[in-house]
Design a protein around this ligand. Structure first.
Ligand code: C5P
Length: 232
């Protein structure tokens, strides 16, 4: 498992994402479909991208009562996605129910990873809004360990947290890391970023890259650059 570049296809319509993917011709990048595209186009967008031969990370971040998450995960599993996610804050019971729902009759299932604390959440908002007073890095590691004990495969985290997550949860526990930028690139609204080669050195298993590829003048060249820095 692991070491791949996942392209965040944050487009608002099927036409826009197909125009983008057509540029890759024979190449079939691992694609992340987020809420915007999924809510705009529905499950058919997953089937169509899958039919074109791409692996899919469906980034819908489920968080609800265990029974609802279990049944929803069963639907996503039938869509044949390769990776999906949920909020670890939904509790171990919810995460265990998610795995039950995802597991197909033949015992296979998509990779399931957890969001610990969103990178948009900082210490102050965690304290004020959630009444959590522990240091945020300790909270992130705790949520990662709870995800591991529920049987999940890994977490979404900042590349800066990937090394620590592996120390706490073991090398086989996957770290999927957004916030990647080229050394000479624009960081946009991301705050704490790493280059693909730094993310590789620190031990990220998958990097999630959006605008450095989707907004590049030559997206295929930008993708190849990510792959050669991160995977080769
Ligand atoms: O364009 P950019 O490379 O910043 O895109 C990063 C992708 O990863 C986006 O789809 C964003 O929603 C997602 N993401 C993130 N930070 C997180 C979780 C997900 O940037 N903590």
């Amino acid at each position: 498992m692991g070491k791949d570049v996942i392209v965040a296809c944050d487009f608002a319509s099927a036409d826009a994402v197909f125009d983008f993917l057509d540029k890759f011709e024979g190449r079939k990048p691992f694609v992340k479909i987020g809420m915007e595209l999924f809510y705009a186009e529905g499950p058919s967008i997953v089937r169509e991208i899958k039919k074109r031969g791409h692996k899919i990370f469906l980034d819908l971040k489920l968080h609800d009562i265990p029974n609802t998450v279990k049944k929803s995960m069963a639907v996503l599993s039938r869509l044949d996605v390769d990776m999906c996610n949920l909020h670890a804050g939904g509790t171990v019971r919810m995460m265990e129910a998610a795995i039950e729902g995802l597991t197909r009759p033949d015992g296979t299932r998509p990779i399931l990873i957890a969001v610990t604390q969103l990178t948009s959440t900082d210490q102050q908002s965690m304290e004020e809004d959630m009444l959590i007073h522990e240091p945020i890095d300790k909270v992130v590691m705790h949520y990662a360990s709870r995800a591991k004990s529920a049987g999940l495969d890994g977490v979404v985290c900042s590349p800066l947290e990937a090394g620590k997550v592996h120390e706490v949860c073991g090398c086989d526990f996957l770290t999927v890391t957004p916030g990647v930028r080229f050394a000479d690139g624009d960081i946009g609204d991301q705050k704490r970023v790493m280059t693909p080669s730094e993310a590789r050195k620190i031990g990220s298993d998958y990097i999630v890259v959006g605008r450095p590829i989707t907004a590049a003048s030559d997206p295929v060249a930008a993708y190849e650059k990510c792959v050669s820095e991160f995977c080769d």
